[in-house]
Each structure stands twice: as C-alpha cells, then as structure tokens.
Ligand binder design. Structure first.
Ligand code: UTP
Length: 216
C-alpha cells in the first residue's frame, strides 16, 4: 500500500528569478493559494497521509504556511473574520508534515534520496508542486490505482508539441491495449532529447509512484 508522499521543494527556482530570489518557487500563488498547497491537497484527497516535504535554505515560508499561525488567528478572531479564520485554520489542520533538509541543491534525484530513511522499503508517491494537475479523480490517486494493478513504478505523462520535447524527459513506450490508449509500458526514457532523438512526444510530468528499488 502506498502511504507516503514526498514533495521535493529544495530547488533554486532559477527560471522564475527574480520572483524566487527571496521566496520559494513552491510558494508562488496561483489564484489564492501557493502552488505547493495544490499538490498537498491532491495527496490528501488521494488518501496519502504521511507527507514529507524536502526543503532547503530559504524555504521556511513553506513550513510556516502549513503550521498554526497563532498571532494571525488571534487577530482574525478579534476582528470577527470567521470565514478567513476558518480558511487559515484549514491549512494547518489538513495534515501532519515531516520536513527533511536537502543541504545542497544537487538535483531532483538527490532530493528524493534524502527522504530514503523516512520511507523504508515500500512504494511511495512523489509530487512536484510546480506542476498543478486538475482532474475529477486526482492524478496521484489514478496513479496509485495503476500501481495497485501492476505493482510497478508509474510516471505521469502529457503530450507536448514535437518542437518542445527538448525541455522534458521523454518516454519511449508501447500503449497497453487493455487500457484505452491512456496507459503505456515504458521501454526507455531520455532526458531533454533533441527532436531527432525523441522516441515520442510523451513528456514526464511531476507525479511519480516509485518502488523502493529506485534508491539502489
Ligand atoms: P526543477 O527542475 O524545476 O528545478 O525541479 P528548480 O531548481 O526548482 O528550478 P530551476 O530549474 O532552477 O528554475 C523540480 C522539482 O525538484 C525540486 C524543485 O524544488 C522542484 O519542485 N528540486 C530540484 C529539489 O528539491 N532539489 C534540487 O536539488 C533540485
């Protein structure tokens, strides 16, 4: 059973500079919530309860966001702003989160590796807060169901225009006939291929189910 979800959030966010100079990319707002809250809500509504966020220097805002904000709650209460108060409380009531520090931003793989000691020998979910995915059934829930059927690692993909393949990890894959053309068996994956090298236009996006063998 998949119980744990890892949220790597220790990257430097250089592509969003200067917005990310003094605040984490994961805290940039989309409408009225920071990006990472969408991913956390997706995990919680998919039944994942054991959440681990990988942070680093300059990422304290993420911890504060999911913590109780005593002073803010008190002021909202005094001013009778009960709806806002409920919204603020809901964020910290939602879930218990453990934080692991990645001391140096050595890449996504290394970020996941820092969570190894907290995961043990079981499959787990990875959600990247900077990909926001909307679905009636949450994306990671769909992937958990696929993992339960096939007992293997699962990556989410999306179709990208042919000239954009060099921005993504691209899979070489065979569609599984019993699955409506939406599920593929991965034969190969290439990080940021040229248009010529790319085996398809199916790009890996920020949702993964990984089996613990990944650590070796
Ligand atoms: P990105 O590839 O988007 O890297 O990481 P980044 O550093 O955040 O941003 P750019 O490329 O400099 O603009 C994908 C995910 O992996 C995390 C990021 O926080 C993001 O959620 N990550 C990346 C880490 O946790 N640690 C790292 O060392 C690198």
């Amino acid at each position: 059973r998949i119980r744990r979800a890892v949220f790597p959030a220790a990257g430097l966010g250089t592509r969003f500079l200067p917005a990310t100079k003094a605040q984490p990319k994961e805290m940039l707002p989309l409408v009225d919530k920071p990006l990472i809250q969408y991913a956390v809500e997706e995990a919680v509504s998919s039944g994942l309860q054991n959440l681990i966020i990988i942070t680093g220097r300059g990422k304290n805002a993420i911890e504060d966001h999911f913590d109780v904000s005593y002073e803010l709650e008190k002021i909202l209460e005094e001013r009778g702003k009960s709806e806002l108060l409920n919204q603020v409380r809901a964020v910290s009531d939602m879930v218990h989160i453990a934080y692991v520090r990645q001391k140096e931003a050595l890449g996504l793989g290394h970020a996941v590796l820092t969570a190894r000691g907290f995961i043990g020998w079981e499959p787990f979910a990875v959600l990247l807060g900077d990909d926001v995915i909307v679905g009636d059934t949450p994306c990671i829930r769909q992937m958990i169901e696929i993992h339960e059927r096939y007992q293997t690692s699962v990556v989410a993909i999306m179709e990208v225009p042919g000239n954009e393949v060099s921005r993504y990890g691209i899979i070489g894959a065979k569609p599984l006939e019993s699955e409506d053309g939406r599920l593929f068996e991965v034969k190969d994956m290439i990080e940021k291929p040229t248009v010529r090298e790319a085996p398809s236009n199916l790009a890996i996006i920020g949702r993964y189910i990984l089996t613990p063998g990944i650590f070796d």
